[in-house]
Design a protein around this ligand. Structure first.
Ligand code: ZN
Length: 223
């Protein structure tokens, strides 16, 4: 077989693909075959950041067909706004609910989020107004204003507070979608907020009852 030149595909991707074929696909080819002939039926949708360090499939050790994932800058859910504009995350939500029938939606924030850090620092770059990102992040600027930096809190502490508050804000925005709030009221859909600590590999979950964040135990739950 002829070699693929790196102009066609970066060699790191070529090597990664070769490993996927040799190991993961080879081990699970039957499952891939089954998934190909059946419709996908993941029970969980994850809304995560584009950040390369916080991939939901890695953190949740998920295989093909297990998670319906949409990733965007800073893992934001915009408010419900059927205004005829292009809303990729809202479209993904609509498909997840009406096309797949997911039972859980997880908003996944993460530590050291560049988008959140820039919004919290209120710098113009790289979140300039042109062409898209300024508008995209405008909701987070409101979140920043609502999260004061307590005495003694440094910039990275403040960024973590904003990262988490932004997840909570996205949960509120999820509820602005009428079909989401209806399903949640009927207890046919549950909404969850998590925050992944990139450095420590730890996952924290938002407890809406108490308003606190709780460390998720890393031992497997009892069956
Ligand atoms: Zn991020």
């Amino acid at each position: 077989m002829s070699e693929i030149h790196s102009d066609l595909l970066p060699s790191a991707l070529r090597e990664g693909y070769a490993k996927f074929r040799q190991f993961k696909y080879a081990r699970h080819s039957q499952r891939y075959m089954e998934l190909a002939v059946k419709n996908q039926k993941p029970s969980t949708m994850v809304i995560a950041c584009c950040d390369s360090r916080a991939a939901p499939e890695t953190v949740f050790d998920a295989s093909a067909g297990e998670l319906f994932v949409v990733r965007n800058v800073a893992n934001l859910v915009p408010p419900y706004a059927p205004d005829g504009e292009r809303h990729s995350t809202s479209a993904a939500l609509e498909f997840a609910i009406h096309g797949i029938g997911v039972q859980h939606i997880v908003v996944m924030g993460h530590g050291r989020c560049g988008g959140i850090a820039a919004a919290a620092a209120q710098v113009q770059q790289p979140l300039s107004k042109s062409d898209f990102i300024g508008k995209w992040m405008s909701d987070v600027r409101d979140v920043v204003k609502s999260v004061p930096c307590p005495q003694g809190c440094n910039a990275s502490d403040h960024h973590r507070l904003v990262e988490r508050a932004s997840v909570v804000h996205s949960l509120e925005n999820l509820r602005s979608f009428p079909w989401i709030s209806t399903l949640e009221t009927r207890k046919e859909l549950s909404l969850h907020g998590v925050w992944f600590d990139v450095a420590l590999g730890e996952l924290h979950v938002f407890d809406e009852q108490s308003g606190n964040w709780r460390l998720v135990p890393s031992e497997a739950p009892q069956a």
